[in-house]
Write a protein that binds this ligand. Structure first.
Ligand code: UDP
Ligand code: MN
Length: 359
């Protein structure tokens, strides 16, 4: 389309120049593998955000820190804008039911399900419980590994803000987007999110959260246990069959949505960085935790989740099943201490912070 407009206006030198520029920038955009620009525009229009922050983009962490500052949490919450501070705690006006409105479509997100409180005042996905909630001590950093699953992501983040607010948990949501052409490396993205999120928000509890798993009940506990890594999904609803399956899919399963403390995750040197492609990276983390004598706590049946649909576009990796001996051998040299990646941008969306990376 750009080409036709350009031909028509070719006699005007200025227009030609403008067209060339336009074509160039369209080319640049279509060549830009990342879905971040799409995510920002679609995210802001769909969610009808008026106070949308412009993206902050840079090539390295120190520059981002210069631009963005290591802002105190209250800074992110826009304390000085016109909306009044909330006086009530979302927990105290919670309804009798433990069932949550789970958005399954973008229409649900916009009209059927409630907006998070403070909706217009969320910045970069941070929320601090108002004083009326009492001394809320818990603080959770939610890390979502992401590539090209926009609808899943949008449904998840608003929903999580709702739930965490009703649980009166201070929290931040971090999306780690893989913006290269390599097979998806979920485990490495989680390592990156674990590391980078600490520049912005010093939580002790990390929830590694797949984009397609939405909690259905207020009873799902989004907190960590100092003594036990936690697996959060008790039961998982398949939307096609309307049937629940166990969240613990097999012995020692540790995928989907899990909660670990900083100490637990660091004690195993985080995830392996070697798993390019689908599968087994979560089993390696499970083995790592067992080697370090952490016993996983599994959620009971009340922790219900919905499994959203998505295309199965992820390549299966070629890593063998992680045996205890292999994991023991590589654990001290492959993980957080060997993590290498290229950070191409940090973006501040009202509902989440995005780290865009090449792995
Ligand atoms: N994921 C993604 N884009 C991809 C593949 C995976 O964003 O192309 C993320 C997303 O958060 C997803 C998680 O990785 O929920 C796990 O991948 P997937 O859902 O494909 O695995 P499943 O749990 O369905 O086996
Ligand atoms: Mn999935």
């Amino acid at each position: 389309m750009t080409g036709r407009v350009c031909n028509y206006a070719a006699v005007f030198q200025l227009t030609v120049t403008l067209c060339a520029l336009l074509t160039f920038s369209t080319y640049q955009l279509s060549n830009y593998y990342s879905t971040v620009p799409k995510l920002l525009t679609i995210g802001s229009s769909l969610l009808n955000l008026s106070n949308f922050d412009t993206p902050i983009s840079s090539n390295n962490v120190s520059l981002i820190n210069e631009v963005n500052g290591l802002m105190p949490l209250s800074g992110y919450l826009g304390r000085n804008n016109s909306s009044p501070d909330p006086t009530s705690c979302p927990r105290s006006d919670s309804q009798a039911s433990n069932r949550l409105c789970v958005p399954l479509t973008l229409a649900d997100l916009n009209s059927t399900c409630p907006k998070p409180v403070d909706f217009g005042r969320l910045r970069c996905g941070f929320w601090l419980a108002p004083p009326a909630c009492g001394a809320a001590t818990a603080c959770v950093a939610v890390i979502v590994p992401y590539r090209n699953r926009l609808v899943n992501l949008l449904l998840l983040v608003q929903h999580l803000h709702n739930l965490l607010q009703r649980q009166a948990i201070n929290h931040g949501i971090f999306v780690v987007e893989q913006n290269d052409q390599l097979p998806f490396n979920r485990a490495k993205l989680l390592n990156i999110g674990f590391k980078l999120s600490q520049n912005y928000h010093s939580c002790d509890c990390f929830v590694f959260h797949d984009a397609d798993k939405l909690p259905e009940s207020l009873l799902v506990d989004y907190s960590c246990s100092q003594g036990r890594p936690r697996h959060l999904i008790g039961r998982l609803l398949n939307l096609a069959s309307r049937k629940y399956s166990p969240g613990k899919m097999y012995h020692n399963f540790f995928g989907g949505v899990v909660a670990v403390t900083k100490r637990q995750f660091e004690s195993v040197n985080g995830n392996s960085n070697l798993y390019y492609g689908w599968g087994r990276e979560d089993d390696e983390l499970s083995v790592r935790l067992r080697i370090k004598h952490w016993r996983v706590a599994y959620s009971d049946q009340s922790a219900k989740y919905v499994n959203l649909k998505h295309a199965d576009d992820i390549k299966v990796n070629s890593m063998p099943w992680p045996s205890v001996s292999a994991v023991r051998r590589r654990m001290t040299s492959d993980g957080l201490n060997s993590l290498k990646y290229n950070l191409t941008g940090v973006y501040c969306h009202p509902l989440f912070t995005i780290f865009s990376v090449q792995v």
